[in-house]
Ligand binder design. Structure first.
Ligand code: G1P
Ligand code: ZN
Length: 541
């Protein structure tokens, strides 16, 4: 039986670049989830359609899935494909949307944010191409949340999402599928599993940290079962509703246990971690950390070693705050190179148009046109493929890369949970000063240009403005100031720092040491301490 429930608009249901993200109790509040899901169906239409549904397993994932299914049925959807246990990594969901030529999908996740009764939850809609909804669509959803007067839901028992196979919910078909199988099959088409298997068989050791989040089952199946990595290679491999109390963000701060292991005397050859919903990755060699910007560059330079990319790349794209290391590779290979605003959706357009094959962000996101999301395990597997073919260590590969292309020292400093008004004031002052910056000397660096990044999408012509304040220096150094669009508490100021050293010079210099003058210049230019009261960042990556 379908019930129409009277409701009233709920303030602040404005999805950002990664869907609607709020504290779990907010999502669990009266009508909250329902209002947003109804807004989704009102905008994209549900009648007769097929959707994919799954999430990263965080607290409330299972119950939210049942609500979304009942609402999909009440709104006339024909079929929903759900990962067993309501689990799907974000890249696996993207793949299922494409593989089954569905009308899109709903992903329940707050990505790398902690999960639990008092942590974060999120809902995001992906389009039939498998990628996140563009701003025009999320904006329409937001508009709809401000005017909704009712939502539709079926009265029914829970669907048994633990049982693979076909179920029915009213008139709607619910197909519960193995969340890993199709994704693993896709990976087998892209990478040289035989070569990687041989590498593991010869004693190569790896530690894969799934951070108690969704990639655990994917990593165990692919790395241990199919590639023969020793049992125990995958740690924190069981997805938990609170991610075991961990902050499932694969960076040196939150994946400290992995970093410690990789810098210990008996470190494995290769370490990797992925985030809550499996789209991010961190890669570490024995005793050497690979920055995401460098990882993108190395993957672009070596992708042809994997069967899925042996014909070469159509182009490379990076988000604006990501270092220019990938640009140097693109230039050397004669490839088109794009600089987009932060957020994966901009890459989707380029991939759909066949203009970019590999894309990446400094925020531990790398991926290719095999799906329309970034893909943590994909990046890890491509690294494994490269290591298996080149038969060198991660350190050797990085050193050769820097010697050939030069090194882009890079770091991001985050100042979290700043009062929104203070952050806004900092940006207002920074923007007001932009025109006067060129020519100014700061910390021995001369400003060459400064602007607020704007992007015209080369595919659909859409324009995105105010994407981050850039300060470019004469010596090629760069500072970018941006406010996070994904935080759930106050404002997060991100300061992106970069300095270029050509050739083998300074290969062993530590990134923070190399960037010290750029960091001081950033503080001076933006008056970070004066505006925010903070003199040191909370997270350094
Ligand atoms: C952050 C990252 C950005 C990424 C997004 C979604 O967004 O910086 O690169 O696309 O998460 O994973 P931000 O909080 O900076 O807006
Ligand atoms: Zn994520």
């Amino acid at each position: 039986m379908i019930t129409t429930v009277a409701t009233t608009p709920i303030a602040g249901q404005k999805p950002g670049t990664s869907g609607l993200r709020k504290k779990t109790p907010v999502f669990m509040g009266r009508h909250y989830l329902e209002n947003f899901v109804q807004a989704i169906f009102d905008v994209v239409g549900a009648k007769g359609k097929t959707f994919v549904l799954g999430g990263d397993g965080r607290y409330f994932n299972d119950r939210a899935a049942q609500v979304i299914l009942r609402m999909a049925a009440a709104n006339g959807a024909a079929r929903v494909i759900v990962g067993q246990g309501a689990l799907l990594s974000t890249p696996a969901a993207s793949h299922l949307i494409r593989l089954n030529q569905t009308d899109g999908g709903i992903i329940m996740s707050a990505s790398h944010n902690p999960g639990g009764p008092n942590e974060d939850f999120g809902v995001k809609f992906n389009m039939p191409n498998g990628g996140p909804a563009p701003e025009s669509v999320t904006e329409a959803m937001y508009q709809r949340t401000t005017e909704l007067a009712e939502y539709r839901i079926c009265e029914a028992q829970d669907v048994d999402l633990d049982r693979i196979g076909r179920h029915r919910l009213g008139e709607m078909v619910v197909d519960v599928v193995d969340p890993v199988a199709d994704y693993a099959a896709l990976m087998e088409t892209l990478f040289d599993f035989r070569a990687i298997r041989a590498m593991f068989a010869s004693g190569f050791r790896m530690r894969m940290d799934s951070m108690c989040a969704v990639t655990g089952p994917y990593a165990v199946e692919i790395l241990e079962n199919r590639l023969g990595a020793p049992k125990g290679t995958c740690v924190n491999a069981i997805p938990l509703p609170d991610f075991g109390g961990l902050h499932p963000d694969p960076n040196p701060t939150w994946a400290k246990a992995l970093m410690d292991e990789m810098f210990a005397p008996d470190a494995p050859d290769f370490g990797a971690a992925s985030d809550g919903d499996g789209d991010r990755n961190m890669v570490v060699g024995r005793g050497i950390y690979v920055s995401p910007s460098d990882s993108l560059a190395v993957l672009a330079a070596n992708a042809h070693l994997a069967p899925g990319y042996k014909a070469g790349l159509s182009g490379v794209a990076r988000s604006m705050p990501t270092s220019a290391a990938a640009d140097r590779v693109a230039e050397a290979l004669g490839l088109a190179c794009y600089e987009t605003p932060t957020g994966w959706k901009f890459f989707g357009n380029l991939m759909d148009a066949g203009r970019a094959t590999i894309c990446g962000e400094e925020s531990f996101g790398t991926g290719s046109d095999h799906v329309r999301e970034k893909d943590g395990l994909w990046a890890i597997l491509l690294w494994l493929n490269i290591l298996a073919v080149r038969k060198q260590s991660v350190a050797e590969i990085l050193r050769e890369h820097w010697a050939k292309y030069g090194r882009n020292y890079y770091s991001r400093h985050d100042f979290e949970a700043i009062e929104t008004a203070k952050a806004d004031a900092l940006f207002a002052a920074l923007r007001a000063a932009l025109a006067d910056l060129p020519g100014r000397q700061v910390e021995g660096l001369e400003v060459e240009a400064a602007d607020d990044f704007a992007y015209t999408d080369p595919v659909d012509g859409s324009i995105s403005t105010k994407q981050g304040v850039r300060v470019l220096f004469k010596d090629g150094s760069r500072i970018v100031f941006r406010l996070s669009g994904t935080g759930t508490e106050g404002a997060t100021l991100r300061v992106y720092l970069e300095r270029y050293a050509p050739g083998p010079a300074g290969l062993d210099l530590d990134a923070q040491a190399a960037l010290a003058p750029v960091v001081r210049a950033a503080h001076e230019l933006a008056g970070i301490a004066a505006f925010t009261g903070r003199s040191a960042p909370d997270v350094v990556t």
